[in-house]
Design a protein around this ligand. Structure first.
Ligand SMILES: [Zn+2]
Ligand SMILES: [Zn+2]
Length: 133
């Protein structure tokens, strides 16, 4: 069972469990920018709200390794995969990067990290899978 959620952009359509339908987060971001008069105005608004300046050097917009692994596991839809295969599939530099993410993820209720058969290499090892809700 995959839970469906209404897309947060307001289009009224159901997502497959994510917050937005593909591309709708960008559409919403663009619409917000347009509504306030541009990205710099949006930044000013946000800074006023937050009470501190937004520094672009601190917020890298490209997804981090943990974010990519998290998304990858969600895309696998509950299928189990091992750290080695995650490393290969996401072209990570080191297997450790995958392990460092899957270990804490396995402690959350959203993921199961167990000993099992990997969907990709078919070997029995430590695998992780998203818990379908
Ligand atoms: Zn939408
Ligand atoms: Zn594997």
């Amino acid at each position: 069972m995959t839970s469906t959620l209404e897309c947060l952009c307001g289009c009224g359509l159901q997502t497959k469990g994510g917050k937005f339908l593909p591309g709708h987060d960008q559409k919403l971001r663009a619409a917000i920018e347009q509504a306030v008069g541009g990205l710099s105005q949006l930044r000013e608004l946000a800074e006023t709200h937050l009470g501190y300046p937004i520094n672009t050097e601190l917020s890298d917009t490209s997804p981090t390794v943990p974010q990519r692994i998290w998304q990858f596991l969600l895309d696998l839809n509950g299928r189990q995969i091992c750290d080695d295969c995650i490393t290969v599939e996401l072209r990570l530099k080191q297997r450790q990067q995958s392990q460092q993410t899957t270990k804490p993820l396995g402690l959350t209720s959203d993921f199961n990290r167990i000993s099992g058969t990997c969907v990709r290499c078919q070997q029995i090892k430590d695998v992780i899978a998203a818990v379908s809700k």
